[in-house]
Design a binder for this molecule. Structure first.
Ligand SMILES: Nc1ncnc2c1ncn2[C@@H]1O[C@H](COP(=O)(O)OP(=O)(O)OP(=O)(O)O)[C@@H](O)[C@H]1O
Length: 648
């Protein structure tokens, strides 16, 4: 078949004969010459260690894919098979989303190893949609276009591409409707799926991967979606999808199918050839039967299978058939390259870090403004708590009990600021899924997300409740009314909150389970609370244990707040207080030989608690410690986000 013939067939969407040609003569075709897009995979093996402790200790391997080869051309390519047969695994390997340490074999795009940009120039639609619910369909697609289309493309052109994607996916009617959140319903499931596809299509990817695109859609919507994908495939895009059991109308749209069983190929080729292949093996698809159902029933493990009189080892049968021998030749002659060079090591982004930070930051702020419930709730809870504490410790007197209550109020203030951060885990874990998906799809760098999302989100959400609640508490309790002291109080509680919020972020980026991250955060906070100084007097602890106080956010905050409030105050029993100036007119009273002090100073209390207060630096030591704490935790979070597995 002449090259011109192939291109003509390609344009007229008659892929079957092109595939046929590939089967017999693929080795002789050079993609650079024929101009046909293709994705070939050759002898793919994928085995994961069952237990892998930091990559050092490995136990028995689990073979998931074995000797899987094939080739995919523009059009609809379906990967089918019973549940657990390895469909998603193969899809992820082709899309470069699996840990390459466990992969053997080659994946070649147009006969060459996939480039660094592969993830950026291909689209991947995951099974569960990852969209920003507060943004409209158009805004979500524009977000993708802004970041993933060339930086030098004008925004007018980007908008035109967004409009084109909206029209292509039939989303015009809902283009300006919000996707929807748990608080406000938005577009339907089918429209969400189409929005997600549009977000990938807007960058005109050469290959579009979809994992179970019809899951959760009704039969009519599923067929409609497939027809749209078929049209996109006809425009020269390779569409590859893992799909479980397509109905007849959908199966009819497929150009090629890959049938898997237990991680091995049962068949790979055109749909027409599939029917012929099984027929040649003695299994004719009945006239009125859906071939997809027929194939899946045929390769099912069930011994009672009505189609099988004797069990058939389909992968063995396929591997020994001529079809596979020919298919193996799909490995192009000049692609004998070492596996190491086939690895995708990094991602080349379409836009620079400043633009990414700006676009992601804009979305974060928009999201915060449109979904203020969480933020308002935090301010409200902080206000209510502060009023309750303010009432309990209302206008504290300068008496010994007033001193005790001041210490209690400071401890409670810190406890509230620290434990309020427990709620940050849930929000962060939800965001993390979106981050992993977007980062893996080449939207932005980790640093852009870190600054534009975490920082913007962290500061107003954490600090605003402190400004409101903290101020109420400060004045209701009757702490010293000096602007400098009030400012130090607000600064200390703010840094305390930021330092404490580092823990949920750190644990949230470290583990994928909300329950585990939550537990780790709670255990850390409670341990730090014990060493805060109020529940146990630090000076009574054995010396070798006392250093732990400096790891306690509670202790660091309490040190500064106590010095700030108590240093310079004198506490005296009412009956001995002098008139007007609040000082004691008697320093002690005597009962026989016993002298009892009638006055206690803030300094005496600080000394008793083992809090150094003499130098000016002592006041700032706690704040400096908290600041360092916050920086270390945020840096660790950033590092963990960088190394968090984006592959599955
Ligand atoms: N990282 C892993 N560790 C252990 N087992 C794994 C891992 N990844 C996949 N598997 C196993 O490999 C097999 C294939 O998984 P895969 O998700 O690819 O199947 P599937 O055909 O897509 O299934 P389904 O249709 O149910 O989604 C399953 O038995 C799965 O449990």
């Amino acid at each position: 078949m002449a090259i011109n013939d192939i291109n003509r067939k390609l344009l007229s969407n008659d892929f079957s004969s092109i595939h046929e040609h590939k089967l017999v003569d693929s080795v002789s075709i050079d993609s650079e010459e024929d101009g046909i897009v293709r994705l070939a995979y050759h002898k793919i093996d994928y085995a994961v260690p069952k237990i892998d402790i930091f990559g050092l200790i490995k136990f028995k391997e689990k073979q998931i894919l074995k000797n899987v080869s094939g080739i995919m051309y523009p059009g609809l390519n379906a990967i089918m098979g019973p549940t657990g047969s390895g469909k998603t695994t193969l899809l992820d390997i082709l899309a470069a989303r699996k840990d390459k340490r466990y992969i053997e074999g080659e994946v070649l795009m147009n006969d060459k190893p996939r480039s660094k940009q592969f993830k950026c120039i291909t689209g991947y639609v995951i099974q569960d949609d990852c969209l920003m619910g507060t943004l409209s369909v158009r805004e979500n697609i524009y977000f993708s276009a802004s970041l993933r289309l060339r930086n030098n493309m004008s925004s007018k052109k980007k908008r035109a591409k967004v409009q084109e994607a909206i029209e292509k996916l039939g989303l015009l009617a809902v283009a300006d409707t919000k996707i929807g959140t748990e608080f406000a319903r938005g577009v339907s499931g089918g429209e969400r799926k189409r929005t997600h596809i549009a977000m990938e299509l807007v960058i005109a990817p050469s290959v579009l991967f979809l994992d179970e695109p019809t899951t959760g859609l009704d039969a009519f919507t599923a067929v409609n979606l497939m027809k749209i994908l078929k049209k996109i495939g006809e425009e020269g895009k390779i569409i590859i999808m893992a799909i479980h059991q397509p109905r007849y109308a959908i199966f009819n749209l497929f150009d090629s199918i890959t049938l898997l069983s237990h991680g091995r190929t049962v068949y790979q080729g055109t749909t027409r050839e599939a029917i012929e292949y099984f027929s040649s093996q003695g299994y004719e698809c009945p006239a009125r039967e859906n071939p997809a159902d027929f194939f899946l029933d045929l390769i099912a493990d069930d011994e009672q299978n009505y189609l099988k009189n004797v069990p058939v080892n389909w992968p063995d049968r396929y591997e020994f058939s001529n079809t596979l021998q020919m298919r193996i030749q799909t490995k192009p002659k000049h692609a004998i390259i070492q596996l190491a060079s086939n690895a995708i090591t990094s991602t080349n982004y379409a836009s620079n870090i400043f633009w990414q930070t700006f676009v992601v930051g804009k979305r974060t702020i928009r999201n915060m403004i449109r979904s203020p419930t969480e933020f308002l709730l935090q301010v409200l809870i902080s206000t209510l708590f502060s009023i309750v504490i303010g009432l309990i410790y209302f206008q504290l007197k300068l008496t010994p009990s007033g001193l005790q209550n001041r210490a209690g109020a400071i401890f409670l203030m810190v406890t509230i600021q620290v434990f309020a951060n427990q709620s940050a885990i849930m929000a962060f874990m939800k965001e993390k899924a979106l981050f992993i998906h977007e980062n893996a799809n080449g939207y932005y760098r980790v640093s852009a997300y870190f600054f534009a999302n975490l920082m913007i989100d962290l500061f107003p959400k954490r600090i605003a409740p402190i400004l409101v609640g903290g101020t109420i508490m400060y004045f209701m309790t009757g702490f010293q009314r000096e602007f400098a002291k009030y400012s130090i109080y607000i600064l200390t509680t703010s840094v305390t909150t930021i330092a404490a919020s580092g823990f949920p972020l750190l644990y949230g980026s470290m583990v994928n389970s909300f329950a585990v991250a939550s537990l780790l955060t709670a255990v850390t906070f409670v341990t730090m609370m014990i060493f805060g100084g109020l529940l146990v007097n630090i000076t009574t602890l054995p010396t070798w244990l006392q250093w732990i106080q400096y790891l306690s956010v509670f202790r660091l905050a309490i040190i500064t707040l106590s010095i700030n409030e108590l240093k310079g105050l004198t506490f005296c029993y009412d009956e001995f207080r002098g008139l007007g100036n609040g000082t004691c007119h008697r320093e002690s009273i005597s009962f026989g030989n016993i002298n009892i002090s009638t006055v206690e100073t803030g300094e005496m209390y600080l000394k008793e608690q083992g809090i150094p207060y003499e130098n000016e630096f002592d006041l700032w030591a706690g704040v400096a410690g908290l600041f360092c704490y916050a920086c270390i935790l945020l840096i660790l979070t950033y590092v963990l986000l960088r190394i968090v597995k984006k592959e599955k």
